[in-house]
Design a protein around this ligand. Structure first.
Ligand SMILES: *Cc1c(COP(=O)(O)O)cnc(C)c1O
Length: 455
C-alpha cells in the first residue's frame, strides 16, 4: 500500500513523501502528516545500529525513494557526527541521558537538518530543479540549517540573524562556513525584525516564485520523521522496565516525534514535557489553558517560544483525527490567541503526557546538583528536562540532552563556577574568517542582496 500524506486541515490529500517534503507547510495552512501511522515490529528493530534503525523506520514512511538511495542518504547524514553511536545513551544516577548533540553544531536540530539537507539535494537533483532557502534565526536553527545545507547541489541558503545579538559561538558557527551557497545576512535590528523581513519577502509571491524561495522551519515533516528514530534507539540502549522520556520542549517538534513513536508501538508510558518560564504547553497539559503570553528571555533560549508551531499536529490526534475540528480550532486560536480544553480532552492528554515548568533559578540549581552528584555537565535546556524528570518522580527516565553545554558557557559558569569542556570543533572556530553581510533593517535591501547574489 502506498505511503501518502495529507494536511491536518483536510485541504491536501494523497501526497507522496517527496512532494510532502518540498511542500513544507501544507498549502491549506495546515501541517503535513501521514495518512496512516505505520506499526512496527520491535523485535525486528532490536540490535540495529543507529543508521540501520533510521533506514528501517524511514522506509515505513517513504516509498518514493529507492532503498539503496535511502541508505546512502542516511549514511551521509550521520557521517558528520563525532560519535559513531550517533546518539550515545549514558546512565547517570537515577536517569539516562540520551546525548542528541553530537552533530556538527552540537545541538539536537542537526539530527533532523543533516537528513533534510541530503534529502532536499536528492529530491531536487532527481527533479532537475533548485531552491533558495530563506530563514531568520535567533541562533540555533540557523547554524543547524547552514550546516545541513552547506555545499549541497541545487540549493542556496540565506539566513538572517540580528547583528551582534546572537551568542558568540552561534555567530561563529554560522559565519565561518565558507561554502559558496551559504549567505549570512546580519540585520541591524532584533530577531523580530529579521522574522518580519522574511515574512514580508515570502508574502511577495512574485519575488518568491522568481527566486524559488523555500523554508526549512521546524514544521517540515522530514524533521519530525528524523526525530522518531532516537526514541526507539534510546529504548533499545536502556532496557528499562517502564519507559519514560523527558523532553525539553519549545515548538513541540521533538516531543511530537515521541508521540508518533508511541503510536507506532514503542511502549512509552509517559512523555514528560519540560518547559522553561515560557510555559504555554505546561499550562495546556496541567490546566487546559493554551493561551499566548509574552516571550521571556531565559537561559534556555531555544525553548523561548510563544506559539508551538508543531502543536497542531498533536491537536489533530487529540480531536480524533478530525480535520474540520482541527481547522476550526486553529482558526479560533488565530483569532482569540487562546484555546480552552474540556475534562475529557484533558484526560486524553494526560494518558500520554505530564508536564513541569523549570524556572530560571531551578535551571541553574539543576545544573549544579547534577554536576555535584555525577560530575556530568548538562546544558540549560537539558536541565529543564532533568528537573522535570525529578519532579515526575518516575524511575529510570530517559532525558533527551538537546545541546552540548559548551554552547552555553555563561549559564554553566553561573551554575557550577567552572567552564564547560569545549569540543575541539568549537575551539577551532575562533580563529576562522567570518563571512557575513551587515544590512540595515530594510526589506528592500535584503531583496536586492538576494537578487544580486542569484542574478
Ligand atoms: C530547538 C531546541 C529545543 C526545542 O525543541 P522543539 O522541537 O522546538 O520542542 C530544545 N533544546 C534545544 C537545544 C534546541 O535547539
Amino acid at each position: 500500500m502506498a505511503v501518502l500524506y495529507k494536511s491536518t486541515r483536510g485541504g491536501v490529500k494523497g501526497l507522496g513523501f517527496s512532494d510532502a517534503v518540498l511542500m513544507g507547510l501544507a498549502s491549506d495552512g495546515g501541517l503535513i502528516i501521514p495518512e496512516k501511522i505505520p506499526l512496527v515490529d520491535l523485535d525486528r528493530l532490536k540490535g540495529l545500529s543507529y543508521e540501520q534503525l533510521a533506514e528501517e523506520i524511514f522506509s515505513l514512511f517513504i516509498d518514493d525513494i529507492d532503498r539503496e538511495d535511502l541508505r546512502l542518504i542516511v549514511q551521509r547524514s550521520y557521517s558528520t557526527f563525532d560519535d559513531k553511536r550517533i546518539v550515545p545513551v549514558v546512565k547517570k544516577d537515577g536517569v539516562f541521558i540520551a546525548e542528541l548533540f553530537h552533530g556538527p553544531t552540537f545541538a539536537f536540530k542537526d539530527i533532523a537538518l543533516q537528513f533534510l539537507g541530503n534529502l532536499f539535494e536528492y529530491i531536487l537533483t532527481k527533479r532537475a530543479t533548485y531552491i533558495n532557502v530563506l530563514g531568520a534565526t535567533s541562533g540555533d536553527t540557523g547554524s543547524a540549517a547552514i550546516y545541513g545545507l552547506r555545499g549541497k547541489e541545487n540549493i542556496n541558503i540565506f539566513i538572517l540573524h540580528p547583528y551582534k545579538k546572537v551568542s558568540p559561538i552561534q555567530e561563529l558557527q554560522m559565519t565561518t562556513v565558507q561554502d559558496s551557497n551559504v549567505f549570512n545576512i546580519a540585520i541591524k535590528g532584533t530577531f523580530d525584525d529579521c522574522q518580519a523581513i522574511v515574512k514580508s519577502i515570502f508574502n511577495d509571491l512574485a519575488f518568491k516564485e522568481k527566486f524559488h524561495l523555500a523554508a526549512v522551519n521546524s514544521i517540515n515533516w522530514a524533521r519530525v520523521l528524523a526525530q522518531i528514530v532516537y526514541y526507539f534507539y534510546a529504548y533499545f540502549q536502556s532496557s528499562v522496565n517502564r519507559l519514560y522520556f523527558s523532553v525539553p520542549t519549545g515548538n513541540f517538534g521533538n516531543i511530537f516525534a515521541g508521540f508518533v513513536a508511541k503510536k507506532m508501538g514503542l511502549p512509552v508510558d509517559k512523555l514528560i514535557l519540560a518547559t522553561n518560564s515560557n510555559d504555554i504547553l505546561y499550562r495546556f497539559i496541567n490546566f487546559g489553558d493554551y493561551s499566548i503570553s509574552d516571550v521571556k528571555k531565559t537561559y534556555s533560549p531555544s525553548m523561548d517560544i510563544q506559539i508551538a508551531s508543531n502543536f497542531e499536529r498533536y491537536l489533530y490526534y487529540l480531536f480524533g483525527e478530525d480535520s474540520s475540528t482541527t481547522k476550526s480550532k486553529m482558526e479560533q486560536f488565530a483569532k482569540n490567541k487562546k484555546l480552552q480544553f474540556n475534562r475529557d480532552e484533558l484526560e486524553a492528554v494526560r494518558e500520554d503526557f505530564v508536564s513541569f515548568r523549570c524556572s530560571e533559578d531551578d535551571t541553574l540549581k539543576t545544573i549544579k546538583r547534577f554536576y555535584d552528584e555525577t560530575g556530568y555537565i548538562i546544558d540549560p535546556h537539558t536541565a529543564a528536562g532533568v528537573y522535570a524528570a525529578w519532579q515526575a518522580g518516575f524511575d529510570d527516565v530517559i532525558c533527551l540532552a538537546t545541546a552540548h553545554p559548551a554552547k552555553f558557557p555563561d549559564a554553566i559558569r553561573l551554575a557550577t563556577g567552572r567552564e564547560p569542556d569545549e569540543p575541539e570543533a568549537i575551539a577551532e572556530l575562533k580563529g576562522k574568517e567570518k563571512r557575513l553581510e551587515v544590512l540595515d533593517n530594510d526589506v528592500e535591501l535584503v531583496k536586492d542582496f538576494i537578487a544580486k547574489k542569484l542574478g
